[in-house]
Design a protein around this ligand. Structure first.
Ligand code: FE2
Ligand code: FE2
Length: 402
């Protein structure tokens, strides 16, 4: 890599400051479709260069979309959405009552480890001359867990506002009523993840720059279907896979219960996303509009796959001792992260197929990055939360998913 050669000639302190920007430039220069560059570009500048999510002050994101009113109230026009609405009403739960908050959680207790011992590839760190004691390794895993749950929390805040916007903007009346239940669901998710992080792990990480870019891009896009694609399919689809993986691997009972509850809600959300977009993308868009969404989805998938690598933990633990490239190799070779990646894309790719964004034109590019093998899996409209949890419970161990 040319940038690596350039970085080597810089003093370590400067190198640490410059590397993230070169990384960010790499992301922008890889975007092929100019329409996608226009959509993700400004968000990328705000997220990757200005790091708006990390300034310690609230972020104001301009939101442009039209609220769609229908004075005819055509209830029951879309049966599957109506059914989802009924199921969602009946499945509401209270974060105060459904979870046992008196459970004492010690993130360093190996008997009830948040992340299992084999999660990180410690051998790889030793190859770079970094030796951590048992206690340090436990602390590193606890920090990785806090990082992960913090990103879930930030994603949930994005989901809360996106769900509210989409509820205004969609033209399906049954979808609007359903959407209101999702707004409540997301509020509850923000509540329980935040409470767990604040009171049990006592450590919250800032938002990852790449996640910020995606949230910023979809919040400020005026087209409801782009918000939908970004949030209901990409972010929520990946989150659903991540929640399932963590549910399977964690030894901490309160977190497991929390995830079990959240997964039931999220399965409905992604199901709704598939229903709404399948109709819209296949019936109401021109070829060119569909191609734009296809490119956008691929870029966002790559952003999540290649860049969502816990650099915030790296900066805290190893900056100056280990290069960003070496950290990337460490994360990518760790069984825990590999399992996450696999299950996340196993969930996401079939949904992209189902909504018509995996045309013959784009498939070779998914194949090139190793994502096409998930193509034939079940999409969210065929998979309930209960079925997902049952399949996870049936697996002997978390490593079986890898
Ligand atoms: Fe959520
Ligand atoms: Fe959700």
């Amino acid at each position: 890599m040319k940038t690596d050669a350039f970085l080597k000639i810089l003093p370590p302190l400067v190198r640490g400051r410059v590397a993230p920007y070169l990384d960010a430039l790499g992301i922008l220069s890889e975007i092929r479709d100019p329409r996608v560059a226009r959509s993700l570009g400004p968000a990328a500048v705000r997220g990757l260069f200005l790091q708006r999510g990390k300034q310690g002050v609230p972020t104001l994101m301009p939101a442009r979309h039209e609220a769609y009113f229908d004075w005819r109230y055509p209830a029951g026009e879309r049966k599957e959405m109506e059914t989802l609405y009924r199921r969602a009403k009946a499945s509401q739960w209270d974060g105060d009552l459904a979870l046992d908050w008196t459970t004492s959680v010690d993130p360093l207790n190996p008997e009830r480890a948040g992340l299992p011992a084999g999660f990180l590839n410690m051998e790889r760190l030793r190859e770079h001359g970094i030796r951590l004691s048992e206690a340090e390794q436990r602390r590193l895993r606890a920090d990785v867990l806090s990082w992960m749950l913090s990103q879930f929390l930030h994603g949930e805040q994005g989901a809360l506002f996106a769900a509210a916007q989409v509820t205004e903007a969609v033209q399906f009346f049954d979808g609007k009523l359903y959407g209101a239940t999702q707004v409540m669901d997301e509020a509850r998710h923000v509540e329980v993840f935040h409470r767990y992080l604040e009171t049990k792990l006592e450590k919250v990480y800032q938002i990852n720059d790449n996640l910020f870019v995606i949230i910023d891009a979809l919040m400020s896009d005026g087209r409801w279907d782009m918000k939908f694609l970004g949030m209901q399919i990409m972010v929520e689809g990946l989150a659903l896979g991540a929640f399932g993986t963590l549910y399977k691997m964690t030894g901490e009972p309160l977190l497991r219960e929390l995830l079990r509850n959240v997964i039931q809600d999220e399965a409905r959300h992604v199901h709704y996303g598939v229903l709404a977009l399948r109709e819209h993308f296949t019936k109401h868009l021109s070829d060119s509009e569909r191609r734009e969404r296809e490119e956008w989805a691929l870029e966002v998938a790559l952003l999540m796959r290649n860049r969502f690598l816990a650099f915030e933990v790296y900066e805290e633990w190893f900056e100056g001792r280990l290069s960003r490239e070496a950290w990337r190799g460490f994360v990518e070779s760790s069984l825990g992260f590999e399992t996450f990646r696999k299950v996340m894309f196993e969930r996401l790719v079939p949904n992209l197929r189902e909504i018509g964004l995996l045309s013959d034109r784009i498939r070779p590019r998914y194949a090139k990055v190793g994502l096409l093998r998930y193509m034939d899996g079940a999409s969210a409209d065929q998979l309930s939360g209960d079925a997902m949890l049952a399949a996870l419970d049936a697996r002997a161990s978390w490593t079986e998913a890898a």
